[in-house]
Design a protein. Structure first.
Length: 138
């Protein structure tokens, strides 16, 4: 019986194992698809991510402080919660509030590329934990 392959788009026998499938599986493993990827689908992470976004008032914490060339003061779109110390480096701090910060796409990419110092991000996360929702305007 023939079928359309979801991996390469060609028509194969149903029993044929497509080499593209093996390549995709290998890519996932190279990208740290093990426990780090699985963690991102857990209930614990989804709840923690929402808690951090709420703590940070659903705003990028660098944009609101005017740091690193923000496009808007109150960036509320395309937000994600960033692990300051990556999960792969420190598994035990993956759910620590002072290791998590809400960032827009632009700042998240800069943080991932190490263009923004971790110490600075950690300081902002700690400020947020102390209950300082927004920095003083001045």
């Amino acid at each position: 019986m023939l079928r359309s392959c979801p991996y390469c788009g060609r028509i194969h026998e149903k029993s044929y194992i497509c080499p593209q499938k093996r390549q995709r599986q290998a890519e996932r493993q190279r990208k740290g698809g093990d426990r780090e990827t699985k963690f991102r689908y857990t209930k614990a992470w989804k709840e923690k991510r929402e808690e951090i976004r709420e703590r940070d008032s659903y705003c990028c914490q660098l944009c609101i402080r005017g740091l690193y060339d923000p496009e808007r003061k109150y960036e509320t779109e395309d937000l994600s919660v960033h692990h300051i110390i990556p999960i792969a480096e420190d598994w035990d701090s993956r759910l620590d509030n002072d290791n998590l910060i809400t960032l827009c796409r632009k700042h998240h990419e800069q943080a991932e590329a190490s263009s923004i110092p971790r110490d600075e991000l950690r300081g902002i996360a700690e400020e947020q934990e102390e209950g300082n929702d927004f920095p003083a305007i001045g």
